[in-house]
Design a protein around this ligand. Structure first.
Ligand code: AR6
Length: 168
């Protein structure tokens, strides 16, 4: 399994699946969620609404899959990261679940490449260094896809990932 790092906008990625750092409503928000819905168009939100009608909200750590509308990716996997409180509310385990469940959902749907944003490290305030260590260790211990790309939007996350990957 290849692991790559890119600094940029995940909505531009031509991969089988991009992952959205959504919220449990699945009905959009700001940050990367807003960017994906803006660039992808209304068909993504329509499918999110259908999923809501069927299963209700998406729990923290879980993931669902939709079309990717106008995006170059084939599918969008929406996962709900934990809101970081003090690190005493199972946040680490829930973040592990986000990465694990997104990879499993991609595999179940016959997808081979996946691009992740730095889930929970924006509005949900998860400490970036710890979040990156978690992301890398989950991906490395679950090598079930051909390619994983980490797409860092901000310099701080990019530097953290670059340093972690260079120690391999
Ligand atoms: N491409 C890649 N990464 C991005 C992009 C982009 N276009 N835009 C922002 N990021 P956040 P969260 C990075 O806040 O912390 C939403 O309102 C950003 O720099 O998007 O999981 C949802 O609806 C940061 O590193 O997600 C939820 O309510 C990372 O994406 C809530 O925010 C995650 O930041 C989820 O909060």
């Amino acid at each position: 399994m290849k692991i790559n790092l890119i600094k940029g906008d995940i909505t531009k990625m031509k991969v089988d699946a991009i992952v959205n750092a959504a919220n449990s409503s699945l009905l959009g928000g700001s940050g990367v969620d807003g960017a994906i819905h803006r660039a992808g168009g209304s068909s993504i939100l329509e499918e999110c609404q259908q999923i809501r009608n069927k299963q209700g909200k998406c729990k923290t750590g879980e993931a669902v899959i939709t079309n990717a509308g106008n995006l170059p990716a084939k599918k969008v996997i929406h996962t709900v990261g934990p809101v970081y409180q003090k690190g005493e509310s199972n946040e680490k385990e829930l973040l592990v679940n986000c990465y694990k469940n997104s990879m499993l959902l991609a595999k179940e749907n016959g997808l081979h490449s996946i691009a992740f944003p730095c889930i929970s490290t924006g509005i949900y305030r998860f400490p970036k260094q710890i979040a990156a260590e978690i992301a890398l260790s989950v991906i490395k211990s679950n090598p079930i896809l051909d390619e994983v790309i980490f797409v860092c939007f901000d310099n701080e996350n990019y530097t953290i990932y670059k340093n972690l990957l260079s120690y391999e």
